[in-house]
Design a protein around this ligand. Structure first.
Ligand SMILES: [Fe+2]
Ligand SMILES: [Fe+2]
Length: 197
């Protein structure tokens, strides 16, 4: 079985202080995990999907906590930009939760995953265009470093590589645990930001 290589933290040598580089890499990791889920079958697909769910949950939570607040207050027209992004994230979370309750072998799974993928990619492109470019121009170095640190801390909760010894599909982390993961990520991000801010 051919193995797709999904890069993870550190593979790209992105500086830990560059919050935009970190988030752009996560967008790439998410794309690669969609590829992995689509290419795999059976337990491997279930396993790759678990990693995708975790990374998406952690990534979107970190953006909601650090990126959107920064853009809302620091970018002209930021209120509108953030309102649109939050609506997209809410829709994606609902689609993700619905998929999470499905069997990954269900014939409906892949078509629905493909729809989520299209939405998630459009959302990521809008973030890159309307948020990340402005963040890059910001001269608020202290805040930029604090955001990067928080994104890194959150990322540790979502390994993108399979872990030997972890039973595939043994536990179905449905909506409850995904929501709990988002809560834990939120706490962690807030603590990390608080320490530096
Ligand atoms: Fe997002
Ligand atoms: Fe994003």
């Amino acid at each position: 079985m051919s193995e797709l290589h999904t890069p993870q933290a550190g593979d790209d040598g992105a500086k830990d202080t560059d919050v935009v580089a970190l988030l752009m890499r996560q967008h790439g990791d998410i794309r690669n995990l969609f590829d992995e889920v689509e290419a795999a079958t059976g337990d491997e697909r279930r396993d790759a999907f678990r990693r995708l769910v975790r990374l998406l949950a952690v990534h979107e939570t970190a953006e909601e906590e650090v990126v959107h607040p920064f853009v809302r207050h620091g970018v002209p027209g930021g209120e509108d930009v953030v309102r649109d992004r939050l609506a997209e994230e809410r829709a994606a979370k609902e689609a993700l939760a619905a998929l999470d309750e499905m069997d990954t072998d269900d014939p409906e799974f892949l078509p629905r995953l493909a729809r989520l993928r299209t939405d998630v990619q459009e959302h990521a492109r809008a973030e890159e265009r309307y948020e990340f470019t402005h963040i890059r121009r910001s001269t608020d170095v202290t805040n930029l470093a604090a955001m990067a640190k928080a994104v890194k801390a959150a990322e540790a909760m979502a390994p993108t590589h399979p872990h030997p010894g972890v039973e595939s599909g043994a536990k179905n982390m449905a909506l409850g645990p995904v929501a709990a993961l988002m809560d834990r990520t939120k706490d962690l991000v807030r603590r990390t930001m608080g320490k530096d801010g």
